[in-house]
Design a protein around this ligand. Structure first.
Ligand code: KG4
Ligand code: ZN
Length: 347
């Protein structure tokens, strides 16, 4: 089975080809065109610029993905595209390109929920069985869910304000790292003292599994403002990055412990904790979550960094999961700016 996946819901135009034969799964190509440079000067993603850039490049990136995979369009068994949630202009571009190719090559079409792409990526990389506990941490979402099967999600908790990735992005921008600055923040934190600045652990100890990060962001701002004119700037910034990274990771761990308790209540034999989404590229968070999971006799599965952040392979794989179940989408499937994972998914 050969499926092409298109991702265009944010600021990457990404297309990949994934194959499955017997038990063997392979990513034959995985082309990602980042728009970082286009948005950098504005300090964040400008939706109009993103949509226009997707439109300019989608055709060439699709061709490149097919060429690098060493196949032709008419060999494909399916074409999958992100249909939401995301920035609507970009979603429309990728969705229409996928539908057009599906029509032109008379190939089944699969409308994929972007979040489901993140949620299922670990199954492309190994034999991970349902039901597993999922911590989905990206630029737009922060959620804890039980993944019971393809299209079957139980939401345990989500953020009341900012997403975790958004908090990383905003703090990075605030301290002068520009956009996107999360990776630089992680790098800088390596040389910092994470105990120096006292920061809150929002929601810690609450009985549910919800998150909140806006208070943490404000607390970082207050510390940062008090540092201005300091003469040990490099050390201060490293300490602030390390303190923030530790605070947000410990908050996420506190919420995750609640989710583990709930998951174990439903599935006492369940032992898999999956970490997904762009923030899962953060090695410090991964190590904290790994320790937590191990203390709870669970194993952690995290995709490699390039498959944590947005890519076409995760969309192709989600398409394959549906195709294997005999489910495809109609060509009139409408783009969805909002599309919660736990809402029933109609193909
Ligand atoms: O999943 P993703 O690529 O796009 C969305 O679906 O939102 O996630 C992007 C998010 C951004 O907010 C970015 O700052 C964050 O992932 N991110 C990181 C790191 N790399 C990317 N956050 C923390 N540490 C990182 N190393
Ligand atoms: Zn994403």
């Amino acid at each position: 089975m050969l499926v092409l996946g298109i991702e265009s819901s944010c600021d990457e135009t990404a297309v990949a080809v994934v194959s499955v034969s017997q038990a063997k799964k392979r990513i034959l190509s995985n082309v990602i065109l980042s728009q970082n440079e286009k948005h950098e000067e504005y300090g964040g993603i400008v939706p109009e610029i993103a949509a226009r850039s997707h439109l300019e490049h989608i055709h060439a990136i699709m061709r490149q993905a097919v060429n690098e995979a060493g196949i032709s369009f008419d060999e494909l068994d399916g074409i999958a595209a992100t249909a939401g949630p995301g920035l609507i202009g970009g979603v429309i571009v990728g969705l229409m390109a996928g539908k057009a190719a599906s029509l032109a090559y008379n190939t089944p079409f699969l409308a994929v929920n972007h979040l489901e792409g993140h949620a299922l990526t670990v199954r492309l990389l190994g034999d991970v069985c349902f039901p597993y506990l999922l911590l989905l941490v990206s630029g737009g979402h922060t959620q804890l869910l039980i993944v019971r099967g393809v299209g079957k999600y139980s939401l345990l908790g989500s953020t009341l304000d900012d997403a975790a990735g958004e908090a990383f992005d905003k703090v990075a921008k605030m301290i002068g790292f520009g956009y996107p600055g999360a990776a630089k923040l992680e790098h800088t934190a390596k040389n910092g003292d994470s105990t120096r600045f006292v920061l809150p652990r929002p929601m810690a100890g609450r009985p549910n599994c919800d998150f909140s990060f806006s208070g943490l962001k404000t607390a970082v701002r207050n510390h940062y403002d008090s540092l201005v004119d300091s003469d040990s700037e490099t050390k201060d910034l490293a300490d602030l990055c390390a303190s923030f990274q530790r605070a947000i990771s410990e908050t996420i761990c506190d919420r995750s412990q609640r989710a583990i308790n709930q998951y174990k209540k439903f599935y006492p034999e369940g032992n898999t904790f999956v970490l997904a989404g762009g923030v899962a590229a953060n090695k410090y968070l991964c190590s904290k979550i790994t320790n937590l999971a191990n203390e709870n006799d669970m194993v952690v599965k995290v995709p490699p960094s390039n498959l944590c952040t947005d890519n076409g392979a995760m969309i192709a794989w989600a398409g394959i999961e549906y195709l294997r179940l005999g489910k495809t989408s109609q060509l009139d499937f409408a783009p969805r700016p909002r599309w919660p994972l736990d809402e029933s998914i109609k193909k």
